[in-house]
Design a protein around this ligand. Structure first.
Ligand code: GLU
Length: 298
């Protein structure tokens, strides 16, 4: 097997147990299918100093090994700009002057899914563009999508058809957007298996479509359930000992935390001491729970 899997954290804070569980699952999917496992730090947005180092430390402590150097998106800007230029040259982009508020308030286009960009700036005339530019707004650059839905394959969800809209490629501040960077990187790093939280399932069709436009074979996906608190909300600090550091402080060992995560995916008995390679021997992607992991685990 030539391809690779990956874990791509955003260094905006410590990884919580749900993120660590996703990392373990991504590692298991990659290792049990003979793939390399890569770490990519998605640091184009919200970076908290020291967070990357702590995230990598946590992964190491849990025994998750990776191949090659850790890749940082902030070191790869020319790659993203090259892809954007390719799309621009093919007339597949347009400047968008809308603010977030205007997008939320705009009536949605007929048949457009909720939350999709309604296309306000798609067909502005040159004069209208010049006028908006003159008002001092620096535009984002959007994809001129040629379709409105796309189908991907997901190991857990099967065939998933979802909306494709005119995603932002380059933000108004000149920074390449997440959807573009992720597609370019997965292609450039030969990643053909994307395992990540199922909050990103709805992004997969638009990312796979964008990949295709850039002559990148879309990866296979596995969107795995998130960890939620007892109210069904994403884990946050107030939910208690939600990070590895919190758990250690509460008197648990790293081994115990690995066991807790592994038993949440049915790979260990409570209290059993396990290592990632042992978990790989037991791993069966068909048996991954399909419902969120409710924390604190009972
Ligand atoms: N950096 C994203 C996050 O931490 C993940 C992106 C991805 O896996 O495609 O939520």
């Amino acid at each position: 097997m030539e391809g690779a899997g990956r874990f791509a954290p955003s260094p905006s804070g410590d990884l919580h147990l749900g993120n660590l569980r996703t990392a373990l699952l991504a590692w298991l999917f990659a290792r049990t299918s003979g793939r390399d496992f890569l770490i990519r730090v998605e640091d184009l947005d919200r970076v908290r100093p020291g967070a990357m180092e702590r995230q990598l430390d946590d992964l190491r402590r849990l025994g998750l090994t990776w191949d090659g150097p850790v890749v940082l998106q902030s070191h790869r800007l020319p790659l993203y700009h090259k892809a954007i230029d390719q799309l621009r040259e093919r007339d597949l982009t347009y400047p968008c002057f809308c603010t977030r508020k205007e997008i939320l308030q705009a009536p949605s286009a007929p048949h457009a899914p909720d939350g999709a960009y309604p296309g306000t700036c798609r067909n502005l005339s040159e004069a209208e563009r010049a006028e908006k530019s003159a008002s001092g707004r620096s535009p984002a650059l959007r994809l001129r999508a040629g379709i409105d839905s796309f189908t991907v394959h997901d190991e857990l969800f099967g065939e998933v058809t979802g909306p494709v809209d005119d995603v932002v490629l380059l933000r108004g501040d000149g920074v390449p957007a997440y959807n573009l960077a992720v597609v370019v990187d997965d292609g450039a790093q030969n990643i053909d298996q994307v395992v990540r939280g199922d909050d990103l399932l709805t992004s997969a069709p638009r990312q796979a479509y964008l990949a295709q436009l850039l002559d990148i074979e879309p990866p296979s996906y596995a969107h795995v359930p998130l960890a939620l608190n007892s109210e069904g909300k994403r884990l946050a600090k107030r939910d208690g000992a939600v990070t590895l550091a919190d758990q250690l402080e509460a008197g648990r060992s790293t081994e115990q935390v690995l066991t807790m995560i592994a038993s949440s995916i049915g790979l260990a008995e409570p209290g059993e001491v396990v290592t990632p390679p042992q978990l790989a021997d037991r791993f069966d992607s068909r048996k991954i729970p399909r419902t969120p992991w409710i924390f604190p685990a009972k």
